[in-house]
Design a protein around this ligand. Structure first.
Ligand code: GLN
Length: 197
């Protein structure tokens, strides 16, 4: 994966095919951001949708519902095969939880759900995400998890209140926040670049 955004791949038809898990939650805004970033988005609902993808986004929503949806659609093995083929995966918010050790096991982290507590159920912060965006980016947290523990080989890319909110292990990146809810498209551009064959 490229280290930072900025290689400015032109938006064009025929960009990488990037799946967005569409069993529940905020997938539509990811689809829009991906299109704007020059990718060909694919809504993923059944295992065959994962075939031939260059990348996959696990969006926010309700992690228990998403997990049940993955199970009932039989999507787990297809997502794990995508991961085993070293193809990029981006998990955001509930998608971070689903990617973790207690669910799909794509990245060696455990997460704490709704970690910022009631007072801070939703908030925004300007944060720096190392290696992904240059400078700071506005991050929207909605009943967000934080990363509770990281295994060997997991890099912490950003922290808020001394807890990791952006992590990466190999081709898997997980964010506590919602990059699809701001007009700033740099994280999706970075991911689209990472998915170029
Ligand atoms: N609180 C949700 C969960 O635990 C995640 C919230 C979100 O994705 N915005 O599943």
């Amino acid at each position: 994966m490229p280290d930072a955004a900025g290689s400015d791949q032109p938006a064009s038809a025929g960009g990488p095919r990037i799946g967005v898990l569409a069993v529940q939650g905020g997938f539509q805004r990811h689809v829009e951001h991906l299109t704007e970033a020059g990718a060909e988005p694919v809504e993923v609902r059944i295992p065959a949708d994962v075939d031939g993808l260059d990348g996959l986004i696990l969006p926010g929503g309700e992690s228990t519902t998403i997990t049940m949806g993955i199970e009932s659609a039989g999507l787990g093995p297809a997502i794990q095969a995508h991961h085993a083929a070293d193809l990029p995966i981006l998990g955001t918010c509930a998608g971070m939880i689903v990617a973790g050790r207690e669910h799909l096991g794509l990245i060696d982290i455990t997460t704490k759900r709704n970690a910022f507590g009631r007072q801070l159920a939703s908030f925004e912060d300007d944060i720096e995400v190392e290696g992904i965006v240059d400078g700071s980016i506005r991050a929207v947290f909605i009943r967000a998890p934080w990363v509770e523990s990281t295994g060997k080989g997991v890099e912490v890319l950003a922290e808020v209140r001394e807890h990791p909110v952006a992590v990466r292990q190999g081709t898997v990146t997980a964010l506590s926040f919602h990059p699809e809810l701001t007009p700033d498209n740099r994280i999706h551009k970075w991911f689209v670049n990472a998915c170029h064959k």
